[in-house]
Design a binder for this molecule. Structure first.
Ligand SMILES: Nc1nc2c(ncn2[C@@H]2O[C@H](COP(=O)(O)OP(=O)(O)OP(=O)(O)O)[C@@H](O)[C@H]2O)c(=O)[nH]1
Ligand SMILES: [Mg+2]
Length: 297
């Protein structure tokens, strides 16, 4: 399946809800208060969020007024423009050696996304090692092991309960000696409490800074699209401990509320680098604003 088909398939539910309702609304062809009110309802029901919805409606109003738009097609084009401006996508540029640390709350799809990322980068001829930094559960390293096998990359792990920073230390030494391009670090989503989790993350970063100052450091936050507006508040949880560079938004295939992409970009001010559209190894796609907009409208 090519890229476009894949994202279109992944966004099927969103298209059926959001896209279908918007098309129906545009067809009426009268751009009055009623139109904007209904559009606002449609966007909010797709988890675009109230602030972002307001922003979209304001900009659309202006464009429709400025262009003296009277046809449904032209109005839909105006909406596409507005959404494109909000989403302006960024690609993640990796310059080896790089260390990508993946964080996020319990169950959002960190480990799965790491498996897919490892596969994605190794297909681009980068050498990759994954580090099993979630030592909180024994099953976590086993799960990452399975993904490392599938992606055909190396894994560095220790026993359950060991220090995640020590795993990262091992991974860095191994990457240095084998000249590995990219290290991807898995982390725990849940510890006894939030404080432990943040201390653990800070310790990982200290080790990275000390042991591999020359490496490009990339911190990715994984958010689960099916949790809608709740996903937005998860960013704040990690804010104290780390500088997040961008987002991986998972499970877009499982939701009709893919509008959350717009809320994430405009409200968090962070780029969405990848979207997860399924459980398979190639179901992680670099986010592309135009394909996204074309697949929902
Ligand atoms: N449909 C779908 N399922 C996904 C996607 N990404 C992850 N999942 C599923 O989400 C579930 C949780 O994924 P994990 O990768 O274990 O999540 P995690 O964040 O590592 O979880 P913890 O380690 O427990 O914090 C698994 O069943 C995955 O298959 C996606 O893009 N689409
Ligand atoms: Mg995990």
């Amino acid at each position: 399946m090519n890229f476009f088909a894949k994202i279109a398939e992944g966004l099927k539910k969103t298209r059926q809800a959001l896209g279908f309702n918007l098309k129906k609304l545009f067809k009426i062809g009268i751009f009055n208060d009623n139109f904007y009110e209904e559009m606002s309802d449609i966007l909010i029901s797709a988890d675009v969020g109230t602030d972002t919805t307001e922003e979209i409606i304001e900009q659309l109003k202006e464009k429709i007024k400025e262009g003296r738009v009277t046809s449904a097609d032209k109005a839909a084009d105006c909406l596409k423009q507005v959404l494109t401006e909000i989403l302006e996508d960024e690609t993640l540029n990796v310059t080896p050696p790089a260390i990508i640390t993946v964080v996020g709350v319990n169950g959002v799809g960190k480990t799965t996304s790491i498996g897919k990322l490892a596969y994605y980068f190794s297909k681009q001829k980068y050498s990759v090692v994954v580090a099993a930094g979630d030592t909180f559960r024994a099953a976590a390293a086993d799960q990452l092991d399975i993904w490392a096998d599938r992606a055909e990359v190396r894994i560095i792990k220790q026993h359950e309960g060991s220090d995640p920073a020590a795993v990262v230390f091992d991974a860095i030494n191994s990457a240095k000696s084998k000249k590995t391009d990219i290290i991807i670090v898995d982390t725990a989503g849940r510890l006894h409490n939030k404080k432990n989790l943040m201390e653990e993350l800070k310790k990982i970063y200290r080790v990275v800074d000390r042991e591999y100052p020359s490496a490009q450091k990339i911190n990715l936050l994984v958010l689960d699209a099916t949790t809608g507006q709740n996903a937005l508040s998860q960013c704040a949880i990690f804010d104290d401990a780390i500088d997040i560079d961008g987002i991986i938004l998972t499970k877009l295939d499982g939701t009709a509320k893919g509008g959350v992409v717009l809320a994430v970009v405009s409200q968090l001010g962070l780029p969405v680098y990848f979207v997860g559209v399924g459980e398979g190894i190639d179901d992680l796609i670099p986010f592309d604003a135009n394909s996204f907009i074309d697949s929902i409208l």
